[in-house]
Design a protein around this ligand. Structure first.
Ligand SMILES: [Zn+2]
Length: 155
């Protein structure tokens, strides 16, 4: 398989990898319960705004980012954004110490125990690569960050 010059634009540099790890650790350390993803949504929107995407809120605490780049297919990437009511016991230096309140009023620990922190990180990194490498493709990329997957209230 040969790599075309255009495809080479999408390779991760060490700068991309460093930024990706920072995004992941931030998200992992700051999980929020279903339909309470206010800080997460603001963080996602800030990152998409930095990349020059059109953004709008959707589904309460959801965020959509659109990267328009000429004629071509419209392709979507979807990530979920909520954490779970779980006590993290990983010992990681970026482990969550966050607590939240369930709809019934119960206070609980919160953890990204289902990989949604990874899903968001991958989406934001893909958006960055496509925004920076826009000369290598054409079409429209839509990034959909859905809240409330664990409770089925949003996703
Ligand atoms: Zn999940």
């Amino acid at each position: 398989m040969t790599t075309t010059p255009a495809l080479a634009e999408f390779e991760l540099s060490s700068g991309h990898t460093t930024a990706m790890h920072a995004i992941y650790k931030h998200l992992h350390a700051h999980p929020e319960l279903s339909m309470q993803e206010h800080r997460t949504a603001a963080y996602i929107r800030e990152k998409l705004d930095e990349l020059g995407l059109e953004t709008f809120a959707c589904g309460g605490t959801g965020v959509v980012g659109i990267l328009r780049n000429g004629d071509g297919p419209v392709v979507g990437y979807r990530a979920d954004t909520d954490g779970l009511p779980i006590q993290e016991d990983t010992g990681l230096d970026y482990a969550s110490t966050t607590r939240g309140t369930l709809p019934d009023g119960t206070e609980v620990p919160v953890m990204h125990g289902c990989g949604h922190d990874t899903h968001i990180t991958v989406g934001l990194t893909a958006a960055r690569l496509l925004a920076e490498g826009r000369q290598g493709w054409s079409g429209t990329a839509v990034f959909i960050f859905q809240p409330g997957e664990e409770s089925a209230a949003g996703s």
